[in-house]
Design a protein around this ligand. Structure first.
Ligand code: NAG
Ligand code: NAG
Ligand code: NAG
Ligand code: NAG
Ligand code: NAG
Ligand code: NAG
Length: 872
């Protein structure tokens, strides 16, 4: 199992193995490498010196046969002990610079090295290897001695042995399980517009993983800052091997006390996620192939009539004239500006799609396509390898050029085009798609030249094993560099350019950017949906893992296309998916052309009832969700949270990925199997209250709980599975004792719901305590936190007192809202009086309350209190 494959790219033979100077030992199982490295490969370190940031050494190649040619004889190894919990090491060319990601957020570190590092670093000289050791428990977090360092012009390889078998992250792929399968798996990483049939390699480029060490919660993360095509190979000991086609080796290692901390440390490095506009947390409805505006109007009407909470209508490329950006079809979508006005009049929003590729053709009426002409005049296109001729490919509108979003002129041009179009159609947000970047022809209209970029000596196991398949040639040129190096940054740079556009179009407003292709740090600029999926039960299940992985990647505003994008859904699948999708941080129902228009919003029989019910609960909980996004934005906390982040002491929770949490306190248990009405649900170690029983004015009693959970003793059973009864119209929603959740009376849009009274649900734990908080601002102005234009409350309950502390109170309009209803779950004594105090002074008023002890059960009776409390 410790063999590091010496022939990763083709069928191994003894002859190739001998040529590479590796060991040949056939085995009874061909998944285990027959040809593997021995110690004659790698580098020796020479003259290890202490420098301001850490240590530095020259590494000299051990004379041995080459794998892919052009090995560097000497490379430079540098370390940076950046903070007590963050360590970086870099291996670069000694003599000349190689491509490095021009990341928009990362700052360079000049030292001095921290003197309080939680880690030790050992550099072995012959052969060179590096070990990063956690001081406290002596765990070796990173250990490259398991394999050789290979450093060639177009092939970089390094391996590390991990101290635990529980690793999470690396993307974007359709991982079926959240925890990685260690059984000899190759994960290629290179952004690509994959047809949905290729369900494994996807549109994002994420090289971060998190590994939990033990039940104390201690965890670490590893991030390779590199945008070149690569594959990450995982094998049982566990060992992770990176096979990278360019750039440099640039690793960051994060040490956390908990998994959540590691994710926070990673986001602190790459950029904390954007604070979303409040309305973007509302439900969004979309479809590819609304054949005309009349169809869209009909959909809007039907949903309004049905009272579905729904903030945003989205249109796909159908609204455009001949699929050209910044145009609309004045025949089929005649009246679009007025339609948008109608949405706005109803407190709703309108989001349009934009694809990067710009048509080189004329407008339908034969006139010039000015968007293209203006771009050409400003030289904003990606060029061929000559650096001057725009490369031509083909996408939806036919032959196209590609904006080079890494160039400042291009960003100005893009912002200007967005602004011009907004003056015609006053959209509220932008959905940027096809930005891997996608092309329907291989490389370009002319094909691609045979050279080292288009045909490198080693190609990871990506689509067609051709780097330029379904995209542009690898020798094409952008401002940030050659396509070979910058390809995976296309969507990332487009999101940054679109953010600049949004700043121009909506000065001081957050708006909304949704992107398909992502890179480390994209969350600072945009939201993400999990790309084209199928209307199948298993894809619905895998969407939970996909969503949790994007929580790790620092892109918390994420969700899958509810009900499935490709393929006909069924009423049952769509109903179950709407129940789950109501709890995706980003909640959108979108489906593809040529398939049956989707339930629930287009035809009957439709799961209107369930959709309306759970979207209404989503809207009730939006103040809580918004507060979680505040914490993501400020501190990098996850929103959709893996159970293991909260219950790491319980090893069983380390593999749970069919349930998830909102923050620390709302457990979501969806039904993921056809025909099922019972789910084998894991009950983590806490007191849990059934949200629905509680919120429906009912009282939580064991008999009540058991109506949802068939087989006994839910009240007592923790840290084990129970069969949770979830009939057709139910998803499991449980509040965790010890937490206080801010809520608001729901409405059909957030514009309306934001005016409604607030409330609190206090779920007591076994010690009769609870805590929580609440963030509120106007929901759309930028930088309200920096400008101190918000309200922040913290709540805590102990000794029968709810203490409300307002730490920020400078958002004036917010002060007219009151917490009109406060429900307390789990009181053990009966209540005779409720008093109100301010600054510990009892006020001359008693709150009105109701106490319902009639249905009390032991040991967790329920008390419901209603009283008004002013904001002061
Ligand atoms: C291969 O050999 C190993 C060790 O001798 C043994 O444990 C394993 O079961 C064998 N596998 C197969 C597929 O025969
Ligand atoms: C780096 O440059 C030095 C002299 O400038 C030269 O002797 C050495 O061979 C070069 N090393 C590599 C790896 O090119
Ligand atoms: C692309 O070519 C144009 C000339 O057509 C030039 O102005 C521009 O700078 C080039 N951009 C890049 C990144 O090569
Ligand atoms: C990636 O996609 C290619 C092409 O569809 C496929 O051959 C390959 O197996 C995929 N990789 C993984 C890890 O599934
Ligand atoms: C309750 O209090 C005990 C004693 O202080 C403590 O050990 C336990 O963790 C507390 N339980 C919860 C859920 O906070
Ligand atoms: C309590 O109820 C009484 C009677 O309904 C009402 O007059 C009073 O204003 C209420 N007090 C508070 C604090 O809401």
């Amino acid at each position: 199992n410790e063999r590091i494959n010496c022939i990763p790219e083709q069928f191994p033979t003894q002859a190739i193995c001998a040529q590479r100077g590796c060991c040949w030992r056939p085995w009874n199982d061909s998944i285990i490498p027959w040809c593997f490295f021995a110690e004659n490969h790698g580098y020796n370190a020479q003259g290890i010196e202490t420098i301001s940031t850490g240590v530095e050494a020259q590494l000299n190649r051990i004379s041995s046969p080459t794998l892919f040619g052009n090995d560097l004889n000497s490379v430079l190894f540098t370390t940076e002990s950046q903070t007590p919990n963050r360590f970086r090491f870099k291996i670069t060319d000694l003599n000349k610079s190689r491509y490095e990601v021009p990341h928009q957020y990362l700052k360079s570190f000049t030292g001095p090295a921290t003197s309080e590092a939680l880690y030790d670093v050992i550099v072995n000289e012959t052969p060179f290897s590096i070990q990063v050791i956690r001081k406290s428990n002596k765990n070796i977090l990173f250990d490259s001695s398991i394999g050789p360092l290979v450093y060639a012009d177009q092939y970089l390889q390094i391996s590390t042995r991990l101290p635990s078998e529980y690793i999470y992250g690396i993307g974007e792929h359709n991982h079926k399980r959240f925890r990685h399968d260690l059984y000899w798996k190759t994960w290629p990483i290179f952004t690509r517009d994959q047809t949905p049939a290729d369900y494994t390699n996807r549109t994002g480029h994420h090289t971060f993983f998190m590994c939990i060490e033990d039940t104390s919660g201690r965890s670490f993360g590893v991030f390779l800052m590199n945008s070149n095509a690569m594959e990450i190979f995982i094998q049982p000991p566990p060992v992770v091997t990176y096979r990278v086609t360019g750039g440099i080796l640039d690793f960051y290692i994060f040490l956390g006390d908990t998994p959540e901390q590691v994710v926070q440390q990673y986001q602190e490095l790459i950029g904390l996620p954007a604070m979303p506009a409040y309305w973007t947390l509302g439900f969004q409805l979309s479809r590819w192939s609304y054949t005309s505006l009349d169809v869209v109007k009909e959909v809007v009407k039907r949903n309004r009539d049905a009272g579905i909470p729904y903030d945003t209508q989205v249109t796909d490329i159908d609204y455009m004239e001949d699929k050209k950006d910044f145009t609309y079809d004045t025949v089929a979508f005649k009246g679009l500006p007025e339609f948008v006005q109608d949405l706005h009049d109803h407190g709703q929003k309108y989001v349009i799609i934009l694809d990067p590729a710009i048509s080189i053709g004329k407008r339908a009426n034969g006139a010039a396509y000015e968007t293209y002409d203006r771009g050409t005049a400003q030289h904003v296109w990606v060029n061929e390898s000559d650096g001057t001729t725009p490369i031509i490919g083909e996408v939806w509108p036919g032959l196209t050029v590609y904006p080079d979003f890494t160039s400042p002129q291009c960003i100005d041009w893009w912002a200007d085009e967005c602004d011009r179009f907004h003056q015609e159609v006053s959209y509220d947000g932008l959905w940027i798609d096809m930005n891997e970047v996608s092309s329907f022809v291989q490389g370009s209209l002319k094909g691609c030249e045979e050279n080292k970029w288009n045909y490198p000596p080693f190609t990871p196991d990506i689509l067609d094993k051709i780097l330029y398949s379904k995209t542009i040639c690898m020798d094409s040129m952008q401002y940030w560099g050659r396509q070979y190096d910058v390809h995976s940054l296309y969507g990332y740079s487009m999101a940054i350019a679109t953010e600049k556009a949004v700043q121009k179009v909506f000065p001081n407003k957050r708006s909304f950017i949704l992107t398909r292709s992502t890179f480390a740090g994209t969350g600072k600029h945009a939201a993400h949906w999990l790309g084209d999926n199928f209307a199948t039960w298993e894809q619905m299940e895998w969407s939970i893992t996909g969503m949790l992985e994007f929580s790790l990647f620092g892109i918390p505003l994420v969700g899958a296309d509810i009900c499935g994008f490709v393929g006909d859904t069924t009423e049952e699948l769509c109903r179950r998916w709407m129940q789950l999708g109501a709890f995706y941080p980003f909640s959108r129902n979108h489906n593809s052309e040529t398939y049956e228009a989707l339930c629930p919003f287009s035809f009957s029989p439709c799961p209107f009832k369930s959709s309306r019910h759970y979207l209404t609960i989503r809207y009730t909980l939006l103040p809580f969700l918004y507060t979680l996004f505040y914490k993501a934005h400020q501190f990098g906390e996850t929103v959709a949270r893996p159970i293991l982040h909260e219950f790491y002491e319980d090893k069983n929770s380390w593999i749970e990925d069919t349930q998830f949490l909102w923050g620390p306190s709302l457990l979501i248990t969806p039904v993921l199997k056809q025909g099922a009405d019972t789910v084998s649900a894991y009950i983590p170690d806490a007191t849990w209250y059934d949200y629905e029983t509680v919120s429906n004015e009912g009282v939580l009693t064991c008999s009540n709980v058991f109506s949802y959970i068939k087989y006994l003793s839910y009240c007592q059973k923790k840290k084990q599975r129970v069969d949770m009864y979830l009939p057709a119209d139910k998803i499991g929603l449980h509040l965790r004792g010890g937490y206080i959740i801010p809520i608001q009376q729901p409405s059909v849009t957030t514009t309306a719901s934001r005016m409604n009274p607030l409330g609190l649900i206090i779920a007591l734990n076994e010690n009769n305590t609870a805590e929580g908080d609440f963030f509120w601002d106007d929901g759309e102005t930028t930088d309200t936190i920096q400008n101190d234009n918000y309200i922040l409350y913290t709540f805590s309950v102990s000794n029968n007192a709810l203490k409300i502390t307002c730490t920020h109170s400078s958002y004036q309009e917010g002060t007219s809202l009151a917490f009109e209803t406060i429900k307390i779950l789990g009181l053990t004594d009966s209540v005779t009086e409720v008093r109100v105090a301010e600054n510990n002074q009892a006020l001359n008023s008693h709150a009105n309350f109701t106490y319902d002890a009639s249905n009390q059960y032991q040991p967790l009776p329920l008390l419901i209190l209603y009283f008004a409390l002013s904001w002061k």
